[in-house]
Design a protein around this ligand. Structure first.
Ligand code: NAG
Ligand code: NAG
Ligand code: NAG
Ligand code: NAG
Ligand code: NAG
Length: 372
């Protein structure tokens, strides 16, 4: 009986925290609510021609660096977390824009993400248009105040190697709370529907384009029918299937794979999900059974198989005469190397260690209450 009442007390503490703490990671309750409501609000559907899009009062924002006048598209993925790219805080050689010092990620253990120092977070602003920018006469832009930011997968060899072109994805947490539905995060090939790209063109506003996935890699997606512009500061790649809006890719650079081919590269969100979950609590639903050695072996096999099939997809779709301007494929061919498998394995260990740590915390809590 005594045990039961302690348990009820614990649950109540958990709930009241969920209601009061409105900063930091999403609580399990908040994430569950997000999962239930995600993908319900969309944007105007663009044509295949670049289309100026009304993003007023939606999840499509942009971020601005006060110290550099640099911009980047930013997408709300929870009530207070944005997915964006680090191109307005770091130069392409990993130099901080606000003070010109070098940035060296401290990549210890399995940790792939790095928290952005507070003085850098303070240089960021998040902004949404309250009306289409063309009618800017008496139109105000809404802003949100960043409180934390994280460079995602910055310790991943793939991101390190190509940082000078593609920068790193970034999560920015803000003080304000957005009440409406935000897009789901997705990335499994089977869930791709109609694909749209929305990008912030710095002297124009948001430009939408209807595009098609050309190739799917482990780390990236390549789309076709994309129109580039030097004012382009990036944004999400969106899939809409059965009326559900999901972010499947992200990119901030103007780089296309080859001039005149309309092929465009995006980070694959599927590959970023572990990091996003770790730093923001924006997670998939947790699997029910506890992880054991047997299940992890099975998962590892599955991962290897699926990367094999995406390689097949690539070889069948890449025309021999197509020389990518930036040879991302060189690294995407990495699966034959043993380091690739090691990396995969580390990712897996990360997930397993993360969830058991949670269990340990609950266990310690229980013991503490017993002692009291
Ligand atoms: C833009 O979208 C907002 C919100 O949906 C709407 O109130 C406004 O009328 C739209 N403006 C134009 C010019 O379509
Ligand atoms: C520049 O900013 C970074 C990030 O906050 C900091 O680590 C570094 O020490 C700063 N450099 C100088 C010269 O102030
Ligand atoms: C809103 O943002 C756009 C793009 O940065 C800018 O051109 C415009 O002047 C801003 N409007 C206001 C009222 O700040
Ligand atoms: C991918 O792009 C190349 C070059 O534009 C094109 O030849 C090929 O047909 C495309 N494949 C698919 C599946 O869209
Ligand atoms: C790029 O954007 C500028 C300014 O918005 C525009 O004048 C130009 O026509 C655009 N170029 C292309 C290829 O769309």
């Amino acid at each position: 009986m005594k045990f039961q009442s302690i348990f009820i007390l614990l649950i109540q503490i958990n709930f009241s925290c969920g209601d009061f703490i409105k900063s930091g990671k999403l609580t399990d309750n908040e994430n569950e609510y997000r999962l239930k409501t995600c993908g319900m609000e969309g944007l105007p559907i663009p044509s295949s021609e670049p289309t100026l899009t009304n993003t007023s009062d939606t999840w499509m924002w942009y971020s601005e660096s006060k110290s550099s006048n640099r911009y980047s598209g930013a997408t709300l993925i929870s009530s207070r977390h944005f997915l964006t790219i680090s191109n307005n805080i770091l130069k392409d050689k990993m130099v901080w824009i606000h003070n010109g010092s070098n940035f060296t990620p401290k990549c210890l253990g399995n940790n792939l993400n790095q928290e952005v120092p507070q003085d850098v977070v303070n240089t960021l602003n998040l902004i949404s248009f309250d009306c289409p920018p063309s009618e800017n006469s008496n139109c105000k832009n809404r802003t949100a105040k960043p409180v934390k930011a994280y460079l995602l997968n910055i310790c991943d060899p793939y991101v390190k190697k190509w940082f000078h072109i593609i920068h790193s994805p970034m999560i920015v947490e803000v003080k304000e709370v957005y009440a409406k539905s935000t897009p789901c995060l997705d990335g499994s090939i089977s869930s791709f529907g109609d694909i749209y790209s929305y990008r912030f063109w710095s002297n124009k506003g948001f430009i939408g384009m209807s595009v098609k996935v050309n190739k799917t890699h482990r780390n990236s997606l390549v789309v076709t029918e994309f129109t580039n512009n030097w004012t382009d500061r990036g944004g999400p790649l969106i899939s809409v299937k059965n009326g559900k809006w999901s972010v499947i890719g992200y990119d901030a650079t103007g780089a296309t794979l080859k001039k005149g081919t309309f092929l465009k590269w995006f980070y694959r969100v599927q590959r970023l999900k572990n990091g996003i979950c770790e730093v923001s609590g924006v997670c998939d639903r947790m699997m029910t059974s506890a992880p054991t050695t047997t299940t992890s072996t099975t998962e590892l096999t599955t991962t290897v198989t699926s990367s094999g099939s995406s390689e097949n997809l690539k070889t069948t779709t890449l025309p021999t005469n197509l020389e990518p301007e930036y040879d991302y494929d060189e690294y995407e061919d990495y699966p034959t190397n043993s380091e690739y498998l090691e990396l995969d394995y580390k990712f897996l260990m990360d997930t397993v260690a993360g969830s058991s740590f949670r269990n340990i915390k609950i266990f310690v809590f229980l013991i503490l209450f017993f002692v009291i």
